[in-house]
Write a protein that binds this ligand. Sequence first.
Ligand code: LLP
Length: 416
Amino acid sequence: MDHFQYRNDELFAEDVAVSDIAQKHGTPAYVYSRATLERHWHAFDDAVGEHPHLICYAVKANSNLGVLSVLAKLGSGFDIVSGGELARVVEAGGDPGKVVFSGVAKTSEEIAYALKLGILCFNVESESELYRINDVAGNMGLSAPISLRINPDVDAQTHPYISTGLKANKFGIPWERAVDCYTLAASLPNLTVKGMDCHIGSQLTSIAPFVDALDRLLDLVALLRQHGITLSHLDVGGGLGVTYEKETPPHPREYAAALAKRMGEHQDLTLILEPGRAIAANAGILVTQVEFIKAGDDKHFAIVDAAMNDLLRPALYSAWQNIIPLRPRNDEPQALYDVVGPVCETGDFIGKDRELAIRPGDLLAVRSAGAYGFTMASNYNSRCRPPEIMVDGKQVLLVREREKQKDLWKGEHKVT
Ligand code: LLP
């Protein structure tokens, strides 16, 4: 459930009419709901129940300081993949002691920065990375907490671009090599072996692959114990899907409860979850205005002011996101539209074959845009990125200003 609902034929974000926000801040604009973010986070946290656990929100889904600060206030941990994401967490008031650092190629600078801040754990993806972290920690006179990302070779049955837990993917350490790799980690002087992690993919719509992966990891935990290596946490990654169209993913409550149940006999292991999309996607919309309608023989084009640079998912993954009017009208017949942006690419579409009753000047909301929306936005075609707005009850907070044209060439230099 989210807090974007119609009231008397007018779309509201919590207690604010979205058209009022559009009027004040212009379009395109991202609008987030604080209550929805909080609700989704609590759904995970409550479901794990009494088992020791930490919800580490995946910052890549939506890294706006407003979003991060809302989650930090709930006591959330964070899953990061760069020094930049770590800096954002710190700036937003997040606790570095609750940060796990994922990613296949952390630089020495990023490792040093994270060690200085005292993060919870490095999720390590290769032997080479173990050596690098060991070296950096040694130079700083510190011991680095590490976990190994195990590739469990489980098919997440999702889009190939966002499937990560198969042998064919670049991520993690193959299950078969895990014991050797842990033995190496335990032998390196500046590392402290803390845990095990995995992440099998994103937008998963059933529980089975998660449970399969967890079982494979738990087998490995037992095997490691026989080799004298004991762990203190197990991190199952993120990946729970959301409803964009007709998908019926398990509720975060069911998902987290299924995992916690599996952990029953492993009370000594803290469970870490790294949800991103399931917390943020349906806590945000992208508001856009219809500029022109181009009528065609077969279908029409609704040219809107948002484009692939603002929301890349449709162009990159052929992702389907619902497009709804802020004020549904009955004085215009429904017609079939491709909703396209102003960018000079055929792939610049937000939605195809959508039944809409619209006129130029109408405002539309692209739903489920709170995750992998703004974070994947670019300045392609020298377009200024949209503002981000957080609604909290009746309050409207501008949490990122619309970019200005002079921001476009910040740091660039003319040649004379
Ligand atoms: N942990 C790790 C190590 C990850 O790589 C990811 C996502 C997550 C957690 C969070 O996954 P989530 O709960 O959000 O599914 N841009 C794509 C999604 C890429 C996901 C990459 N990794 C999209 O828009 O669909």
